[in-house]
Design a protein around this ligand. Structure first.
Ligand code: F6P
Length: 341
């Protein structure tokens, strides 16, 4: 079989580990051939390819980003997009696709599967918000980066009697904020799933100052005050209808300064959370996903996504995987609340 591989959406550490596992097992165990599609769905849409054999995947296990590059191209927003993809796959002699991505990339894969394209999905995102899998790779790395930043910010905040507001990624799901905040001993954690009461946050911050311990507030970019809305950088939407978030951390810092009279600084971790080498957990998870994905291709088990359930890698229908976002349940948030203030 000749199999196309693509990575779409926001990148995350571990993408190359998946590509490596798919190709190594695909070539060495099953004798398949591969073609790399560049830039997410733009690749099959415009016929943008690159060679993808065992030599091309040597040495990429610890490398961040994606050797295939990525984009947020949505073929369903392009006139004749699906037909173009089908024609390009036929012309290139590609029998099936392995699509590695988050809700948007896999949403496209789900629709293409329904339209007769042979596809297997692999879930990725630092946000950990994909249903049907216990964890996505990239999340553990992002949490570790954020935790290390929080540890460092604790010491400098203390030296200067400052509050530090750490803005982390997480559009609709506060998994990174919750885990990094718990691991880093944050004073308060604010997530998109629960609107926050500014007065309560100020109270927690003031309490930390009172005990001579500098407050670190971890806030997800999609968090909102009880009487406010999402803070966006621009009103512009991407091809999947998402706005560019950012700014809530700075807003909160200014409110805290006003209310407490103490200096408050905001640190936006941004894309630092997505860059660089994956943790061991993410390398192993990504590798196991890749191995299971190529097994699914070899068996012709189309329309499936590989997923982690407990410690096992299983296959679930793509349609189930993209049905709804996995947000933080409020009882999980309550665990962290014990440490606020
Ligand atoms: O979906 C992953 C993610 O990192 C989100 O947490 C974030 O909101 C978004 O991508 C930002 O993506 P970009 O800056 O690449 O458009």
């Amino acid at each position: 079989m000749r199999i196309g591989v693509l990575t779409g959406g926001g990148d995350c550490p571990g993408l190359n580990a998946v590509i490596r596992a798919v190709v190594r097992k695909g070539v060495e165990v099953y004798g398949h051939e591969f073609v790399g599609f560049k830039d997410g769905w733009k690749g099959p849409l415009e016929g943008l390819t690159k060679p993808l054999g065992v030599p091309e995947v040597r040495g990429i296990l610890p490398r961040g980003g994606t050797i295939l590059r990525s984009s947020r191209t949505n073929p369903f927003k392009i006139e004749g997009g699906v037909e173009k993809i089908k024609t390009n796959l036929a012309n290139l002699g590609v029998d099936a696709l392995v699509a590695i991505g988050g809700e948007d990339t896999l949403g496209v894969a789900t629709k293409l599967d329904e339209l007769g394209v042979k596809v297997i999905g692999v879930p990725k995102t630092i946000d950990n918000d994909l249903g049907a899998t216990d964890f996505t790779f990239g999340f553990d790395t992002a949490v570790n980066i954020a935790m290390e930043a929080i540890d460092r910010l604790h010491t400098t905040a203390e030296s200067h009697h400052r509050a530090v507001i750490v803005e982390v990624m997480g559009r609709h799901a506060g998994w990174i904020a919750l885990h990094a905040g718990l691991a880093g001993g944050a004073n308060v954690v604010l997530i998109p799933e629960k609107k926050f009461d500014l007065e309560k946050v100020v109270e927690h911050v003031a309490h930390r100052f009172k005990i001579d311990y500098s407050p670190i507030v971890v806030i997800a970019e999609g968090a909102m005050p009880s009487d406010g809305d999402l803070i966006t950088q621009t009103g512009e939407l991407d091809a999947f209808g998402h706005v560019r978030l950012g700014g809530i951390g700075n807003w909160l810092a200014s409110q805290i300064e006003k209310a407490t009279g103490k200096e408050a600084r905001c640190v936006v971790l941004g894309h630092t959370q997505r860059g660089g080498t994956p943790t061991a957990f993410d390398r192993v998870l990504a590798t196991r996903f890749g191995l299971q994905a190529i097994d699914a291709v070899h068996e012709g088990d189309w329309g499936k996504m590989v997923a982690l359930r407990g410690t096992e890698i299983v296959r679930v229908p793509l349609v189930e995987a993209t049905k709804e976002l996995k947000t933080v349940p409020l009882h999980r948030y309550a665990e962290a609340e014990v440490f606020f203030g």
